[in-house]
Design a protein around this ligand. Structure first.
Ligand SMILES: [Fe+2]
Length: 252
């Protein structure tokens, strides 16, 4: 099975601006930096990588899970640090609902980020990292032309389970990883942001090699090209999104 997201690679047009945002404002640890790349480690087992490219940017959507009991404290710290929270049309910034609460904000590249917490997540089972107390990366958004086709691929290839299924939206879930499958014609809440497909590479952690072997067979059966990379990661592209399946922790 898929157990979690382990890496996300995005583009930036300014490594310096991105470092100022993620390191200084969000307190993310910098694991590596070079002339054209910076890698942040918001948790010990996830890397958020930015590559500096001379290309237009298309914003991605990422949600970080924080402890429910610490949510107000996390939001207060964000306000104190001057991070502008995105507003709903009625002017509120925080959304509280039956199972959780969240706030949205944007980084220096226009990516739509989210801090989210859920009553049903057992906080004791997780280590929180950094000043924003992040437990794990919960969501990565995948705007697609055909929501139904993409979710069926994720179910068939990865055995992901689905919730909130509609023509325009679906969560595909594997472990803590929630792939937010959104129609390119549905705008991102809360700021009605056009859902352009971002240029990104997503790496999932797989539970074991037998699972990765089954994914490989299904890719073959569907005629989807794949390769094995250094460290045993299975690499392929789905709906224009480069993906990797990794066995064993990259950072352990
Ligand atoms: Fe979200």
């Amino acid at each position: 099975m898929i157990t979690r997201f382990s890496r996300l690679v995005l583009n930036t047009v300014s490594l310096q601006g991105t470092k100022q945002f993620y390191e200084e404002l969000l307190g993310f640890e910098v694991a590596f930096e070079s002339d054209d790349e910076i890698r942040f480690r918001p948790t010990p087992d996830f890397e958020l990588v930015f590559l500096e490219k001379e290309e237009p940017l298309t914003p991605a959507h990422i949600a970080f899970e924080v402890p429910y009991s610490a949510f107000d404290e996390v939001v207060a710290l964000m306000r104190e640090r001057g991070i502008p929270l995105s507003k709903w049309p009625d002017g509120r910034t925080m959304d509280r609902y039956e199972t959780g609460q969240n706030v949205y904000f944007r980084d220096d590249n226009g990516n739509l980020l989210e801090m989210i917490s859920h009553l049903y997540v057992n906080e004791d089972g997780w280590q929180s990292s950094g000043p924003l107390q992040i437990m794990y990366v919960r969501e990565i958004g995948f705007p697609v032309e055909n929501v139904a086709a993409f979710r069926e691929s994720l179910v068939d290839l990865f055995g992901m389970r689905l919730t909130m299924v509609s023509d325009a939206f679906t969560f595909a879930i594997g472990g803590t990883a929630h792939a937010v499958i959104a129609s390119v014609r549905r705008r991102w809440i809360p700021i009605s942001m056009v859902a352009l497909p971002p240029k990104m590479e997503v790496e999932f952690q797989a539970s074991d090699s037998a699972f990765v072997g089954r994914v490989r067979e299904k890719l073959s059966a569907r005629g989807i090209p794949f390769s094995f990379e250094e460290g045993g990661a299975l690499a392929f592209t789905l709906e224009g999104y480069p993906m990797r399946l990794l066995i064993g922790g990259r950072y352990e």
